[in-house]
Design a protein around this ligand. Structure first.
Ligand code: CTP
Length: 411
């Protein structure tokens, strides 16, 4: 069945479309999934929690202040267990709370604590739907990669005609099924990297020269961020360690911001032992200024910078790599790409290196596309020019197909 073993957290907010939500629970169960239901107080005015409890065969959460429901900080646990969260119906009110991080009930706190992909099925009067405030809030949610399930048009509960009717339960369940079939692995189960810790570094590092100036490079961070999103869709527990970039923080991915190579080293080393797959896509500065001037250095005719070598984070990871760790590096080269990248694969004890020629205009730093060569102990595979999202998907497909990765996944 398409939703086999998937744990769906269903948030029900208070609109008349609530009467359709039990059908969603039934549809998810029929498709093999499990459902935990969280209701707002207004939703309980429309449908009794008992209906959801009977259909889901799980307790229904309604109050943050119930000793029984919250005896183990339930809103955090329920969110952590979810493979996806669905809010249906989503009223204008809950959409606004989700967009602005307001957490004042079980549903809104669970949403903030949920790191899984989130689906939102709005339902409201058509004037409310058309209101710029609502549309703006929906745009915020879309920009954070939440999946909005478009409401239909027709006669609404309030008697008027227009857009705002919640999508049909069967269609909502199909959206979830499609999502899990697209992110499924070869065996058909939804999340091949479920319970696997993945640590990704992305972006440049910045090495302070003096107050307000630093040494850096052209890396935009797009490759590392695309890998983080891809791994999250594959069900992994992702941590992204990001150097200074102008990219928006990916929704529902733990992102740690660092500036210098040494800060990146510290953030990576703190987490590396609990992580099974490490991908070092960051463009790390090889050098730093040992004692940057904390003041603004005043202008002079010349400025001589005394640089010292930074630690090689990837090499350190390679030295202490465990049997159950898959280590991936990147190689930014301007000549003899295969030769230099193969050397880095060996010197840094990697399982895979992703190499590219940074002098190509449409690949590498600060562009949306990349053309890479995957090199491991078995040989090399050249990928065509692709968007960075597609490159990320291909890299992960390659990693997932490796025996070592499969044995890590099987534990
Ligand atoms: N890397 C790192 N720490 C450094 C330098 C590089 O962890 N101080 C990692 C990068 O994140 C990348 C890989 O090592 O995954 C290769 O980086 P690259 O800049 O291509 O090569 P370097 O090892 O720095 O060697 P060179 O500059 O001589 O090409």
């Amino acid at each position: 069945m398409k939703l086999d073993n998937q744990n769906i957290l269903l948030g029900v907010s208070g609109g008349i479309a609530c009467y359709k939500s039990p059908e969603i629970v039934r549809g998810i169960r029929e498709s093999g999934g499990q459902v935990s239901v969280v209701m707002t107080r207004s939703a309980t005015e429309f449908v009794k929690p008992l209906v959801f409890q009977a259909l889901s065969e799980r307790p229904v959460a309604t109050s943050l202040f119930s000793l029984e429901e919250e005896n183990q900080i339930g809103h955090i646990k329920i969110a952590e267990r979810a493979d996806a969260m669905l809010v249906a119906p989503a009223t204008a009110n809950i959409i606004a709370k989700m967009a602005h991080g307001i957490a004042d009930d079980y549903l809104s706190t669970s949403f903030l604590a949920c790191t899984a992909p989130v689906f939102v099925a709005p339902a409201m009067n058509h004037h409310m739907w058309d209101n710029p405030a609502v549309q703006h809030n929906l745009d915020i949610l879309k920009s954070r990669n939440l999946n909005i399930i478009q409401p239909g048009s027709g006669y609404l509960a309030c008697g008027s005609y227009g857009t705002g009717r919640m999508a049909e339960p069967a269609d909502i369940v199909s959206v979830l099924e499609d999502f899990f079939s697209k992110t499924g692995d070869q065996t058909g189960s939804g999340s091949p990297l479920k319970n696997i810790g993945v640590l990704i570094t992305g972006g440049p590092t910045g090495e302070r020269i003096f107050a307000v100036r630093f040494l850096s490079n052209d890396s935009s961070g797009k490759m590392g961020y695309a890998l983080a999103e891809c791994c999250q869709q594959l069900g992994a527990d992702v941590t992204l360690i990001s150097g200074p970039t102008s990219l928006p923080e990916p929704a529902h991915i733990e992102t740690v911001h660092v500036m210098s190579a040494r800060q990146m080293m510290e953030a990576v080393m703190e987490r590396s032992e609990q992580t099974q797959i490490i991908i070092k896509a960051a463009a790390v500065s090889d050098f730093r200024i040992e004692a940057p001037n904390p003041q603004k250095t005043k202008k002079s005719d010349t400025l001589v910078l005394d640089l010292v070598k930074n630690p090689d984070i990837l090499k350190e990871l390679g030295k202490k790599k465990g049997k159950d760790q898959f280590l991936v590096g990147f190689a930014a080269e301007s000549q003899d790409v295969k030769h230099y990248a193969s050397q880095k694969l060996k010197d840094k004890n990697l399982d895979l290196i992703v190499a590219n020629n940074i002098l190509q205009k449409d690949a590498g730093f600060d562009v949306d596309t990349n053309r890479v060569l995957l090199i491991d102990s078995k040989g090399s595979t050249e990928l065509p020019l692709l968007s960075k999202e597609d490159v990320a998907q291909k890299i992960m497909d390659y990693i997932l197909a490796q025996d070592k990765c499969q044995s890590i996944i099987k534990g």
